[in-house]
Design a protein around this ligand. Structure first.
Ligand code: NAD
Ligand code: DAU
Length: 351
């Protein structure tokens, strides 16, 4: 079968990537989806078990830091579009070991840009390089204000600096070589399949096991949380209808101080476990702060709403409930990803 597009989706075995792959396979049977992932600790093909036999799906295990492999994948699968999500994504790991972030997030992105340039030459009709980025590139907000697409970059962790660097390079390939690119910068995602190093799944897992719930610093750090499937839907809209060279902010309009969020998670998880509601709050433990911890992120997603008609659909109450339920129901998934190296990471991070 001849496909209308051959889309390379990188990082498709990860948290957000797996939701993007599933959405595209279901919604666009006329697109071939090539999922390229190195299957690091964060990548898990179990996330895609239900769709792995789809006729329009191919999985390729490669590392984006391998320039030659990227050239080969573009040639072998006649890649004409890219949605680039592969990244080292956890801020705490970037503080402990910045180098893998530099390699994957910066060098890996340049390898993909070079492969696109080489294979697309100057024929950009029907081509698009979509780079998925984060709101952390904008730095940290005080009590008020929002990040817009015009906010100056001010990344403050090795993770956000590596993502900012990759954003700059993607834009540079647009301005210098005319590569048709689009970028989105999204706030914190939550939902099924997130690796339990991130706050929400870590807390749910610890509540289940009656383990301390580590809250960094004073717990008043604020994040804007977005249901992961709403992010996948935004990526689909931007991929199809966004303008070349543009940036779109994606956010949930759903700000929470960490401590308030964790208390709600305690109550919802208690209810689902049949425990006395509120009893898990006693597990909350204030621990040493994250180095250079950004105080507040908040996204202004007006542009995406007004120009491309996208809005979040899932409210926090429903989303957090569905999330707690998913982790409790998917015990095997949680056990698989928390066995082995996770225990070592947890010891080093929280002991
Ligand atoms: P994740 O850590 O869950 O998944 C990353 C995926 O990339 C994994 O499958 C991993 O195996 C793969 N990968 C890592 N290094 C690779 C390499 N060198 N070559 C090939 N594959 C590699 O990340 P996520 O939370 O799903 O984030 C996906 C993207 O979205 C990232 O670019 C991240 O910066 C961005 N983002 C994430 C959030 C969030 O809240 N999680 C918010 C905004 C933007
Ligand atoms: O804003 C988008 C970003 O959101 C993405 O680009 C990143 O890939 C993603 O990891 C996420 O970064 P954060 O650092 O905001 O997410 P994390 O879940 O690690 O932490 C959320 C907040 O909770 C943050 O203020 C730190 C705090 N925290 C986190 C952990 C893991 C704790 O208090 N205790 C913890 O144990």
């Amino acid at each position: 079968m001849a496909f209308k597009k051959n889309i390379l989706i990188t990082g498709g075995a990860g948290f957000i990537g797996s939701h993007v792959i599933r959405l595209f396979l279901e919604k666009h049977p006329d697109f071939r989806i090539v999922n390229l992932d190195a299957l690091t600790y964060a990548g898990n093909l179990e996330n895609l078990k239900d769709v792995e036999n789809a006729d329009n799906y191919v999985f390729v295990k490669e590392d984006i830091t391998d320039a030659e492999a990227m050239q080969n994948v573009f040639r072998d699968y006649q890649i004409d579009n890219v949605i680039h999500l592969a990244a080292e994504s956890h801020v705490d790991r970037s503080i402990a070991n910045p180098m893998s972030f530099i390699m994957t997030n910066i060098i890996g992105t340049v390898n993909l840009l070079n492969a696109a340039r080489h294979h697309w030459k100057d024929d950009f009709a029907g081509k698009r390089f979509y780079h998925v980025s984060t709101d952390e590139v904008y730095g940290s907000l005080g009590e008020t204000g929002f990040f817009t697409e015009e906010t100056s970059y001010d990344p403050r962790s090795p993770y956000s600096s590596s993502k900012a660097s990759s954003d700059h390079l993607v834009r540079a390939y647009h301005h210098t070589y005319g590569l048709p690119i689009v970028i989105s910068n999204c706030s914190n995602n939550y939902g099924p399949n997130q690796f339990p190093e991130k706050l929400i799944p870590l807390v749910i897992n610890n509540i289940k096991h009656n383990k301390p719930l580590p809250i960094y610093g004073d717990g008043k750090y604020t994040r804007d949380w977005l249901w992961v499937k709403d992010h996948a839907a935004a990526i689909d809209v931007i991929f199809r209808t966004g303008k070349d060279g543009e940036t779109y902010n994606i956010g949930g309009n759903n700000e929470w101080k960490n401590i308030d969020l964790v208390e709600v998670l305690c109550d919802k998880t208690d209810a689902l476990l049949g425990r006395e509601v509120g009893s898990s709050r006693k597990l909350i433990t204030f621990v040493k702060d994250r180095a250079g911890h950004d105080r507040r992120y908040a996204i202004d997603a007006t542009k995406l709403k007004e120009e491309l008609n996208w809005e979040p659909t899932v409210q926090a109450d429903e989303g957090l409930e569905m999330t707690a339920k998913w982790y409790l129901e998917n015990e095997e998934w949680l056990e698989n990803v928390t066995s082995g190296n996770y225990q070592k990471y947890y010891e080093e991070m929280y002991s």
